[in-house]
Ligand binder design. Structure first.
Ligand SMILES: Cc1cc2nc3c(=O)[nH]c(=O)nc-3n(C[C@H](O)[C@H](O)[C@H](O)COP(=O)(O)O)c2cc1C
Length: 184
């Protein structure tokens, strides 16, 4: 289940700092990897930054296509998040191995992953020096979607299975906890 999110609210899909799944595609190849180091960068037009290591197959597909998607996975697929972060798509199709199903993006060729609760479709902004020196990719968000059960412009997590994840290390995650509204 998903609905469109206005681009000016796309940054909110990342604002609480969850682990992401980066999907990519080029030609007939497609891939998915985990990435914790992703963040919003600007409101209008919305931009994001993500670190994609040189050793990854994802990096090759992103550099070839100029596109990727940030999928925001929920607790229900935590095991798959860890698995796609610990093996390479060069060694076999991780979607099949991890039983991840996908649906088509609106503006890019990279697939979007079911079991996630938000999706940001991104086109890279070429900053070759930063890519080479810091593995840092900047991108514009060209479409965004979220599961209306948890995002109506703000996040609301009632169902544990749909909580987003924060990666620590060594296979441990925190799941997003209780909302704490502080009015100034
Ligand atoms: C939870 C988690 C978070 C990760 N975060 C990042 C990240 O932010 N950047 C990165 O380059 N690799 C990160 N990794 C490692 C990649 O997901 C890993 O190298 C992956 O196997 C690359 O897959 P690929 O070769 O199919 O692209 C992370 C791994 C895990 C398990």
């Amino acid at each position: 289940m998903h609905r469109s999110v206005e681009l000016e609210k796309a940054y909110r899909l990342l604002n609480h700092g969850p682990v992401t799944l980066v999907t990519s595609a080029h030609g007939t190849a497609r891939n998915v990897m985990a990435a914790s180091w992703a963040m919003p960068l600007d409101f209008d037009p919305p931009k994001v930054a993500v670190v994609i290591d040189k050793t990854t197959w994802t990096r090759a597909l992103i550099e070839a296509s100029g596109e990727f998607a940030l999928n925001i996975p929920a607790r229900q697929i935590a095991a798959a998040v860890l698995e796609v972060g610990n093996r390479s798509g060069r060694d076999g199709d991780k979607f099949a191995a991890c039983q991840l199903t996908t649906f088509a993006a609106e503006k890019i060729a990279a697939p979007l992953v079911e079991g996630c609760v938000a999706w940001l479709e991104c086109k890279i902004i070429d900053e070759v020096h930063q890519q080479q020196s810091y593995d840092l990719f900047l991108a514009e968000v060209v479409a965004a979607h979220a599961d209306p059960r948890v995002f109506d412009g703000h996040w609301h997590f009632a169902d544990d299975a749909l909580r987003t994840l924060h990666y620590v290390a060594g296979g441990a995650f925190f799941q997003t906890g209780a909302e704490c509204v502080v009015q100034g």
